[in-house]
Design a protein around this ligand. Structure first.
Ligand code: ATP
Ligand code: MG
Length: 338
């Protein structure tokens, strides 16, 4: 039996970058899993403020974004009494482990990571070392709690493979310390929500008119869905759905009643669909889904003292676990002189 397999609950670690307002992709790709996991596992969820500096270094946005991400997670159903919620930068042990893991990460493998290549293409003037070593910091985030399960979206699969490699290298070189983390989600497929204009995924930092945010007003939701990309409709029965139409059905499956989805699917399959009607229905169901989260987040954000308390309490618990791991790592590496 491996040393990490005991009666203790399995350890889950995941983070969200503080780069803006949370959207439906974050909710259905990440937070929805968090809410279920908090009942079963020992969860460490953090606001990834250091990670946000690779692309969003402006100090004037940072604080607001950090507390916003925290409030929106709690409003979505995360319970600070059940999970450990903290800011990454409140746990300096992560930075030390990152430094140690950097000695086991090779330039060649980091340069090959597709998300790194994307960022270089998008922003050739800001190819900083933080961007290159993003997977190492992400590995430190997970390994610092000896995390086993990581609920991430499809965009993060390769980073996680690197985390397993770093864990393995450390264990082989110095002795067993880290379990190898694996991706985890409840469904068979990882959900990926596309932008309403059909261009790429919904994202905090891009394309705001085609992204549905958890903070959108009812009218903003209606307007954005009204403008979502559609076409003249299928010309033959049982046609293949274009991506942007399939995305509307994905959204509908997530927020509408199954009978409603069925009605519009049937209409699509026999070429009788009216996208105007479908969008109206989707908009109303989306308003009913988002409005309570938005209102709750607004009220939580009014209470800064509460948010501060949650963050401090989370940081304290996260540091306990982080300190334990780091002491072990230092011992195994011979960095314990006194
Ligand atoms: P940014 O543009 O700043 O990177 P983001 O929207 O990609 O923001 P992240 O903080 O990088 O958000 O990711 C938080 C979590 O949300 C991750 O688990 C990620 O896999 C998931 N996620 C992000 N966008 C989507 C999406 N469109 N569909 C499904 N899951 C998503
Ligand atoms: Mg992202």
């Amino acid at each position: 039996m491996r040393p990490d397999m005991g009666k203790e609950k399995e350890i889950v670690v995941s983070g969200i970058r503080s780069t803006g307002i949370l959207h439906l992709g974050n909710y259905f790709g990440a937070i929805r899993n968090y809410i279920r996991m908090q009942e079963e596992f020992n969860c460490y969820f953090f606001v990834a403020d250091w990670h946000s500096l690779t692309t969003h270094p402006d100090p004037k946005d940072l604080r607001g974004n950090v507390f916003r991400v925290l409030a929106e997670n709690i409003a979505s159903g995360l319970d600070p009494e059940k999970v450990i919620l903290y800011a990454q930068s409140d746990v300096p042990e992560i930075a030390e482990l990152y430094l140690l893991l950097n000695m086991m990460a090779y330039k060649g493998e980091l340069e090959k990571v597709p998300t790194f290549k994307d960022k270089v293409r998008q922003n050739p003037d800001n190819v900083n070392a933080g961007l290159l070593t993003y997977p190492v910091l992400m590995s430190a985030d997970i390994l610092i709690h000896r995390g086993l399960k990581v609920p991430v979206g499809k965009d993060q699969e390769q980073h996680l493979e690197m985390s397993r490699n770093f864990a393995q290298r450390f264990n082989n070189r110095y002795g067993y310390l880290f379990p190898e983390p694996v991706a985890f989600n409840y469904g068979d497929d990882l959900v990926r929500i596309m932008s309403l204009d059909g261009n790429g995924k919904m994202s905090k930092s891009e394309n705001e008119n085609a992204t549905l945010y958890l903070s959108d007003t009812d009218d903003a939701i209606r307007n954005k869905i009204k403008k979502a990309k559609t076409d003249a409709g299928p010309q033959e029965p049982n046609s293949l759905m274009p991506d942007y139409i399939a995305n509307l059905f994905t959204l509908m499956r997530l927020v509408s009643a199954p009978e409603t989805v069925q009605t519009f699917e049937d209409a699509f399959n026999n070429c009788g669909i009216r996208y105007g009607d479908m969008k109206k229905q989707l908009a109303e169901d989306m308003v009913a889904f988002i409005a309570p989260i938005r209102e709750k987040a607004e009220s939580i954000r009014q209470d800064q003292a509460y948010l501060n308390r949650i963050m401090r309490q989370g940081a304290e618990k996260a540091r306990e676990s982080a300190t334990r791991t780091l002491q072990e790592a230092r011992k195994l590496m011979g960095i314990n002189y006194y």
